[in-house]
Unconditional design. Sequence first.
Length: 240
Amino acid sequence: MPYPANNKISLPSIEELASGRRVLKAGGADAVISSDTSASRSPAVGKLVIVGASTGGTEALREFLIPMPADGPAILVTQHMPEAFTHSFAERLNNLSRMTITEAVHNERILPGHVYIAPGHSHMLVRRSGSSYFIELNQSEPVNHHRPSVEVLFRSAAQCVGANAIGVMLTGMGRDGAAAMLEMREAGAYNFTQDEASCVVYGMPRAAVEIGASHESVPVREMAQRVLARVMNGATKNPL
């Protein structure tokens, strides 16, 4: 069944999705990330979902984001994509989702109910100021041959967000983001990888699994429910 082109679709709340009652170390990244990214300062409010994707990721992201409710946790996405397409990609997803989905803007505050897509010309990072998080865009050299790089986003989450982060690695070729996803886990984040059967290319998720960065491998059609369940649990002590 085709998705509506211009209308927001009616979907369950975060509580319903989470309960299942209704279900429709990379040196290059270090060079990009500011040293002022401590996660141990004043407590921040709410979880951030940090997502990386590459080959096959456009469809995987649609499956992941469409079930998300309007009051869902803030989501940051680095998808390997040329800069000419990231703005229109965000607009297309926004027309299908109850969350507000936009191409990320430098220095904007990260808010619940919003999804931020990294623009194709810049690395995207999380920056902390007091109890709030902000987007930082950086046009430093490519990392792991990519800009934006998943490694850069995930490493900033490890350093800045810590246990308030939930990592999601979707389908993609190569290893971009795997090492930094392990750093997220070591910093207290809980991480999901897309399972092999539902991936177009089981490269980036496999790399994360092989080094012990993933807590769970999940079919993409179940990813939103599993992530929301983790948000609702609100666990601050994640298993290592």
